[in-house]
Design a protein around this ligand. Sequence first.
Ligand code: ZN
Length: 244
Amino acid sequence: MARKLTQRRLSSGQLVWVAMSEVADGDIAVGNPEQSVATKNMAHSLSSSDAHLALPPGEHWTFLQQVHGDQVVHVDRPGGQNGLTADGAVTDCPGAVLAIAVADCLPIALISEGGGVAALHAGWRGTKDGIIEATVNQLRKVSPGEIAAVMGPSIGPCCYAFGLADRQSFVDQFGSSVVATTTDGNPALNLRAAAICSLNSLGINEIVVDDVCTSCDDRHWSYRASKAPQRQALVVWQESTPSL
Ligand SMILES: [Zn+2]
């Protein structure tokens, strides 16, 4: 069932939530006709675990047509810009839910103390091409203030076999912390380490990392493990009314 990754109260009194759906909630992939059922299931499982955790209804969600690029959209109202082609979204609008659908790629939420949130899709290509930097820069324009990051579950180094030549380009860009070995002894990429390096270089040091591996853990779909077309989603939103 969906689980809360983080809750954070801003100095304004506003609460921000970050949560993650799981297989039990249903397929949340963009274009899946059952997507709205999965969003309702997710809202239901969160509210049953914590009565205060009220996830806004599906029409207040913004999903992106994710293409492993570096485009970022500014969501100006709940549900705004839904379906646009981009890999990052930012908003300073309370009640707007930003959703990133994944099945191994790394979903990241950003929370600005100034009262804005962002969500982004960081696969290996987007991470190399600067989606993290592009989203952080856009969030800083919308909402100046300290930023904290929350990384959702993704494929772990335990399962992320990666060619040596391709991995070397990550070492050149992000340093040796990206070097890993799979549980069966093959060269692997630590994508989370690359993202942490990228965030640190942007002055973001408060980072919550969920270390669940989507490939090892049955609660999640994994494209690598089973070529699954289904997706889980990370969602971030600011509540619409401060609950002090
Ligand atoms: Zn694994």
